[in-house]
Ligand binder design. Structure first.
Ligand code: IPM
Ligand code: MG
Length: 369
């Protein structure tokens, strides 16, 4: 019993072991600012944590000849939570598929069974002008996209580029087991219970068998959550509705591929993808946290990237994996305060505000803490 208690990573007042994976492009710059925030909490807020850094993605390939080096994999398996920057860069695009940075990310997801991907799309009131949509369409936007992350067409077998009828032919397999649909469904309904209690399940059940099963299993899961209202929407319509009237959604749950596409669409509704964090969770609450934006190789090394999505990813980590809700809220409040002060990185700059670089933004958040 005692052993079980101390090994359970949600117990409070124990050392949290955090793996830090800066990755590629702007990854190291934005991670450095998030590390400052963690360091501050360690020194001034009684947050008991260790941080260990390891390479992944292109950096993993450079350091150890593969995008998910063995040492990095051992580290993330042993830790309580992972903070990731971003992976990918033009210098790695010509590598064979298995060696590309994205494989490091996909490997982390599948090796750690991080099946539940939470991608919030929140419009900060201070940034209402940043959206390309009319303010009345997006003001107060707060959607949570729950994307299945370890199954579907991303991982389905068989898959190959082969030959058929004298020409090249390629295919992938989009499949879901009932149990995989059920567990992502439960993730979404659990989250909806803490929000507005509405789940919209997105599929393509008018065409695909896999979606037919998806819909049926979602209906069954819904029976255990009588307070939550479940609706279904075809993915093409969901894309349209996201742009037309996004505030109709509370929680959206969908498959790996549909979630990839819809979460970018939802993120852009806010006009500030540099602000959005994400969580990828396993069945026990262990998770990997990363900004939604990518490695932005075009601005890498310039010190102008927005570190707020990564800093807000730390807040999500505190909330979902480390049972430190108060500290999570403290970080979120500090980010709000910095926005109120009119500080903006280039991506969210607007008239009358003060443009700051990556480091100055990180320092401002620490000061606001
Ligand atoms: C994402 C990214 C990844 C994905 C890529 C980098 C493999 O687009 O996290 O959304 O497709 O899942
Ligand atoms: Mg994507």
């Amino acid at each position: 019993m005692l052993i079980k208690d101390i090994s359970f990573n949600k117990v409070k007042n124990m050392t949290h072991n955090i793996a830090i994976l800066p990755g590629d492009g702007i990854g190291p710059e934005i991670i450095a600012e998030a590390v400052k925030v963690i360091e501050f909490l360690r020194q001034h807020a009684g947050f008991d944590a260790t941080m260990t850094t390891a390479p992944v993605g292109g950096a993993g390939y450079d350091a150890a000849g593969k995008p998910l080096p063995d040492d990095t994999l051992s580290l993330v398996k042993a830790c309580d939570a992972i903070l990731l920057g971003a992976v990918g860069g033009p210098q790695y695009e010509a590598l064979p598929r298995e060696m590309r940075p994205e494989r490091g990310l996909l490997g982390l997801r599948s090796e750690l069974a991080l099946f539940s991907n939470l991608r919030p799309a929140i419009l900060y009131p201070q940034l209402a002008d940043a959206s390309s949509l009319k303010p009345e369409i997006v003001a107060g936007l707060d959607i949570m996209i729950v994307r299945e992350l370890t199954g579907g067409i991303y991982f389905g077998q068989p898959r190959e580029i082969t030959e058929k009828d004298g020409e090249r032919y390629a295919y992938n397999t989009a499949g879901y087991k009932e149990s995989e649909i059920e567990r992502i469904g439960r993730s979404a309904f659990d989250i909806a219970m803490k929000r507005d209690k509405r789940v919209c399940s997105v599929d393509k059940a008018n065409v695909l068998e896999v979606s037919e099963l998806w819909r049926e299993v979602m209906e069954n899961v819904a029976k255990d959550y009588p307070e939550v209202e479940l609706s279904h929407m075809y993915v093409d319509n969901a894309a349209m509705q996201l742009v037309k009237w996004p505030k109709q959604f509370d929680v959206m749950v969908t498959s790996n591929l549909f979630g990839d596409v819809l979460s970018d669409c939802a993120a852009m509704l806010t006009g500030s993808i540099g602000m959005l964090p994400s969580a990828s969770l396993d069945a026990n609450g262990k998770g990997m946290y990363e900004p939604i934006h990518g490695s932005a190789p075009d601005i890498a090394g310039m010190g102008v990237a927005n570190p707020l999505a990564t800093i807000l990813s730390v807040a999500m980590m505190l909330r979902y994996s480390l049972n430190e809700e108060a500290l999570a809220q403290r970080i979120e409040a500090a980010v709000g305060k910095v926005l109120d002060q009119g500080l903006r990185t280039a991506d969210i700059m607007s008239d009358g505000c003060t443009e700051v670089n990556t480091m100055a933004m990180g320092d401002a958040v620490v000061a606001a803490l």
